[in-house]
Design a protein around this ligand. Structure first.
Ligand code: G3D
Ligand code: MG
Length: 221
């Protein structure tokens, strides 16, 4: 991912947002993407897409394609088509409803069985404990969450609120940072000469909004 020519590089990354119904997946995506959320496109497989453009730094523009499962949650798992070519995922639960936390393992396992990075490693997954604004929210301790993440293959977790806009940018930046690291490692493995078809070269530099990745994978409201 070195950029010796000074050109702006653009990356398109597919990110999945899964979890039980009502946990806040759509609200999180809407909050994150703000005004550019598009509900005009509805595919026949019951998936909504939203696009978030990040001016990551002076040399990198990232287009995040967020896949919202849009009502397919009731089937408890998704088809391989849905997971295809994803490079990261959020698994969301509702901090006020323990059964949605119990379902996290099922969603994680579905991801693990159906999608891999090109070098066959699992895709990075971040756990979101959503609705932390509610008085009935029951927080688990940082230690408990860290251990859970370690045991279940999550790279980190965040308590979020789509309502109050808490930790959503932080969680996304944390995931994107990991995706970029993975991308760089894979480019290294493949050799820099072979261009990936998900990378587009641009000749003009963007205005940097410089979103800062968080340094910690665990974050409470
Ligand atoms: P889903 O896409 O996972 O099915 P939605 O979930 O985004 O449709 O959200 C389900 C309900 O939870 C919605 O309420 C939504 O407003 C609410 N919700 C989502 N995120 C939060 C949050 O962070 N805090 C609070 N307090 N509520 C949230 P309704 O009433 O429309 O069903
Ligand atoms: Mg939804």
């Amino acid at each position: 991912m070195s950029n010796t020519g000074g050109e702006v590089q653009e990356y398109l990354y597919k990110i999945l947002v899964v979890g039980d119904i009502g946990t806040g997946k759509t609200s999180i995506i809407k909050r994150y993407v703000h005004n550019i959320f598009s509900n005009t496109y509805k595919s026949t497989i019951g998936v909504d897409f939203a696009l978030k453009v990040l001016n990551w730094d002076d040399n990198i523009i990232i287009r995040l394609q967020l896949w919202d499962i849009a009502g397919q949650e009731r089937f408890g798992s998704m088809t391989r088509v849905y997971y295809k070519e994803a490079v990261g995922a959020f698994v969301v639960y509702d901090i006020t409803r323990p059964p949605t936390f119990e379902a996290v393992q099922k969603w994680k396992s579905d991801i693990e069985h159906k999608v891999f990075l090109p070098d066959e490693r699992p895709i990075p997954c971040v756990l979101l404990a959503n609705k932390c604004d509610l008085p009935s929210a029951v927080s688990k301790s940082k230690e408990e969450m860290d251990q859970y993440c370690q045991e279940n293959g999550f790279i980190g977790w965040f308590e979020t609120s789509a309502k109050d806009d808490k930790n959503i940018n932080e969680a996304a930046n944390f995931l994107v940072k990991k995706i970029l690291e993975n991308h760089a490692e894979m480019n290294k493995q493949q050799g820099e000469e072979q261009p990936r078809d998900d990378v587009v070269q641009f000749s003009e530099k963007p205005q940097s909004q410089n979103p800062k990745p968080s340094s910690s994978g665990g974050c409470q409201c």
